[in-house]
Write a protein that binds this ligand. Structure first.
Ligand code: C5P
Length: 231
């Protein structure tokens, strides 16, 4: 059983570490888990991992690693030393197994990204795959469970089928969440926080509805309360 209590993860989609830290300060105790993606990480944000961890926050480092096993294993071990709580890798069997070895003995949890949500069946065919999105997501979810990584990142649309496939073995982390009435932005298939939790999500990644709100702290509080109520 790898599922923890459901939790809100705020996507720190900021251009600079300074802006990211300002958001963390504004949000205060309304959230304790932050996602740092590639933009911020490669924009000088990697030291924030240790800084936030030392301040008692959890960090989801969304780097989507994918390389030869030796490189993935060693990179994952370095991410564990930074103090991150979650790290993403592409859900290829070699890559997941290597990341699992790299995280062994540390509190770092490895999450597999099954199929990028920007891909549809035609994109997969063009890239040379013989499976459609749904079949490939389920195949990789099964492989992730077999390899023994900690969880998966997936859209709300895939939650119910994947939860049925993997049972309680994996933590499921879902972006594309919008409180009722919020701006959808460029997200195409959105779910409310309550619906995503009820469909089987463990942790929700929310960016703009919090970081672009007039009061990020109040917005985070409201979403965290909705998550708690849906447990
Ligand atoms: O602002 P918003 O709530 O849409 O941000 C969601 C976060 O989750 C962003 O950091 C985005 O890159 C990420 N994400 C996503 N959809 C995916 C994978 C990641 O929205 N399929």
């Amino acid at each position: 059983m790898r599922r923890d209590a459901p939790e809100l993860i705020v996507a720190l989609d900021a251009a600079t570490p300074k802006e990211a830290l300002r958001l963390v300060e504004e949000i205060g105790d309304a959230a304790s888990f932050y996602k740092i993606g590639m933009e911020l990480a490669y924009g000088g944000g990697l030291p924030l991992v240790g800084e936030l961890a030392r301040a008692g926050k959890h960090v989801f480092l969304d780097l989507k690693l994918h390389d030869i096993p030796n490189t993935v294993e060693k990179a994952t071990a370095n991410v564990a030393r930074l103090g991150a709580t979650f790290l993403t890798v592409h859900a290829y069997p070699q890559t997941m197994a290597a990341a699992r070895r790299g995280a062994a003995g540390s509190p770092l949890k490895v999450l597999g990204v099954t199929v990028m949500t920007s891909f549809d069946d035609a994109d997969l065919a063009e890239a040379g795959y013989g499976l459609g999105v749904e079949a490939l997501v389920l195949r990789r979810a099964r492989q992730a469970r077999g390899i023994g990584i900690d969880g998966l990142v997936l859209s709300g649309r895939e939650l119910a089928a994947v939860r049925e496939e993997v049972g309680d073995a994996l933590a499921l982390v879902t972006p594309g969440v919008r409180p009722a009435g919020a701006e959808v932005g460029d997200q195409k298939r959105v779910m409310t926080p309550g619906d995503a939790i009820r469909a089987g999500a463990d942790h929700l990644v929310v960016g703009r509805p919090i970081i672009a709100a007039p009061s990020p702290r109040e917005a985070a509080r409201a979403i965290a309360a909705e998550i708690k109520a849906a447990r």
